[in-house]
Design a protein around this ligand. Structure first.
Ligand SMILES: Nc1nc2c(ncn2[C@@H]2O[C@H](COP(=O)(O)OP(=O)(O)OP(=O)(O)O)[C@@H](O)[C@H]2O)c(=O)[nH]1
Ligand SMILES: [Mg+2]
Length: 338
């Protein structure tokens, strides 16, 4: 199950109470105070884990508690600390407090650690209240409560390239040919139901990450089809690969599809249409002598000054050229963003 937004409650452990105790032993006439302090309560940490791609764990664990600290004991024994709780989350997770906009933490890399809820301090025992003139204190402190946090965790995948286009144009087919990703591919719209990533290894030194998301249709921003809710997963990309289907018998009008997808992008986030785009005409293996749609798309690309490629994802024709163009544009973008 793909889950990209959850509400969670985190309860860090309470600190243990301090202890009141006096040393009384045969043969030791003046045993002093020896009540130990309580152990600190366990804290809760979030840790980014490369192997995860969903927040589904929290669907079934909306409440997470860390252990409390044990109370202090006589003989100056400190109570045992509450164990810390480490919860793994996918890279790309953004942490906010419920009902607040401010971002507490944004996990951009593997194995980042964020202290989300701090455990309560253990209370002091009577031993630590003793002074040279106050030798038999009976004071002790309660352990402090652990922090309780209500958080919103939102996953926004981090990828270099976003694959966009109408359903069934071959986005998943393309990602399956250029990366090790194994998405479901089928000849019906909305085969892809949730976003996923593929890593493209160009050569020894260069790789990039592509996000394949469910296809968009007209009115996606109104919730039609699978809606635009997955578009947030291309918000953090540096460039978009826009696929259209130019095969003659698909019943699709690639020019219209192109405009529709742009409109939906804009309705979701106007910045998305300013992102560099590569226009890719797919399914050229089906053209035969019916090249009208391909020509139209090519003209459109010229008019819009977009880099343009004609490919057959299925037969892997022209795909390498797209990969090289992506690398070139990524290099430029990365330089520009530096
Ligand atoms: N002939 C031909 N068929 C293709 C090509 N690329 C994809 N297809 C077929 O088109 C259909 C849809 O492909 P997908 O890769 O699932 O399309 P998608 O864009 O991911 O679709 P959604 O996930 O529904 O948005 C499948 O039957 C593919 O085999 C191509 O280059 N040539
Ligand atoms: Mg797909």
């Amino acid at each position: 199950m793909f889950v990209d937004r959850v509400e969670v409650t985190l309860q860090a452990g309470k600190g243990g109470n301090g202890c009141v105790s006096f040393r009384r032993e045969k043969g030791i006439p003046r045993g002093g105070p020896d009540g130990g302090r309580g152990g600190d309560g366990g804290s809760i940490f979030l840790i980014s884990d490369q192997g995860l791609n969903s927040l589904s764990y929290f669907r079934f664990h909306p409440l997470n508690k860390a252990a409390k600290g044990a109370h202090g004991q006589g003989g100056n024994r400190q109570g045992k600390r509450g164990g810390e709780l480490f919860i793994c989350i996918p890279i790309g997770t953004i942490v906010r407090e419920k009902d607040k906009k401010e971002i507490l933490f944004d996990f951009l890399h593997p194995e980042q650690k964020f202290l989300a809820a701090r455990g309560g301090k253990g209370g002091r025992g009577n031993a630590s209240f003793a002074t040279s003139i106050y030798q038999a204190p009976r004071e002790w402190e309660q352990g402090q409560p652990g922090e309780e946090k209500e958080l919103i965790l939102e996953l926004k995948l981090i990828a270099d390239v976003g694959l966009i286009g109408f359903p069934n144009v071959g986005k998943s087919t393309l990602i399956s040919k250029i990366s090790a990703a194994k998405p479901v591919i089928a000849d019906y719209p909305f085969t892809t139901l949730f976003p996923h990533l593929g890593v493209v290894d160009v050569d020894e030194f260069r790789s990039f990450v592509v996000a394949d998301i469910p296809g968009l249709i007209e009115g996606a921003h109104l919730g039609h089809g699978l809606g635009v809710k997955f578009l947030k997963h291309v918000e953090r990309t540096k460039l978009l690969l826009h696929l259209v289907d130019v095969s003659p018998f698909s019943g699709r009008n690639p020019l219209k599809d192109y405009q529709t997808v742009l409109k939906e992008l804009e309705a979701f986030n106007p910045q998305l249409i300013r992102r560099p785009q590569i226009l890719v005409a797919n399914k050229i293996d089906l053209l035969g002598n019916k090249r009208k749609k391909l020509k139209e798309v090519k003209t459109l690309a010229q008019k819009e000054a977009l880099p343009f490629f004609a490919i057959s994802a299925k037969e892997k024709r022209g795909v390498k050229e797209v990969v090289f163009a992506v690398v070139k544009m990524l290099n430029l973008e990365e330089k520009r963003l530096k």
